[in-house]
Write a protein that binds this ligand. Structure first.
Ligand code: FES
Length: 146
């Protein structure tokens, strides 16, 4: 499942194919502000390979690994199209398509997608690490501060 609104309880619905299991919910921010842009990059402290795109398309949020599973293209910069009711993002580097809901591609590739929920007007994304709209300080910067 790519998106839901709920009461804060972890979902017990079946995990859609391509959706990462486990992890914890990160509060990303108010839906009203996040819905003003089609895509935002959410940073992971695990490094840029673990950053995640938060898409807002047709009134729904979707979360997907930000780096294309083909060769690492920036999916936040991709075009989004709907075909037969399926919303897809097209990688800007080689034009591979990925279903925003499942991460499936017309190629054999699979992009990792993540659960999104709305709670009290805020958007949460479930991921193995924390996610933030602001980059996490690097270890060096942290050492300088302390
Ligand atoms: S890097 Fe995305 S399609 Fe090649």
């Amino acid at each position: 499942m790519a998106s839901s609104s709920g009461d804060g309880e972890e979902t017990t619905e079946e995990t859609a194919e391509g959706t990462a299991e486990g992890g914890s919910w990160s509060l990303i921010g108010p839906a009203a502000g996040l819905s003003s842009r089609r895509c935002r990059l959410m940073y992971s402290p695990l490094g840029s390979a673990s950053d995640v795109c938060l898409f807002y398309v047709k009134g729904e949020f979707f979360a997907m690994d930000a780096r294309c599973s083909h060769s690492g293209g920036p999916l936040c910069d991709g075009d989004i199209e709907e075909a037969d009711g399926v919303l897809q993002v097209f990688c800007p580097w080689h034009d591979y398509d990925f279903d925003l809901r499942t991460g499936k591609s017309g190629t054999s590739l699979q992009q990792q997608v993540y659960e999104v929920k709305l709670e009290d007007g805020d958007v949460y994304v479930k991921h193995a690490s924390r996610l933030s709209l602001e980059p996490f300080p690097t270890e060096e910067k942290k050492k300088k501060k302390s």
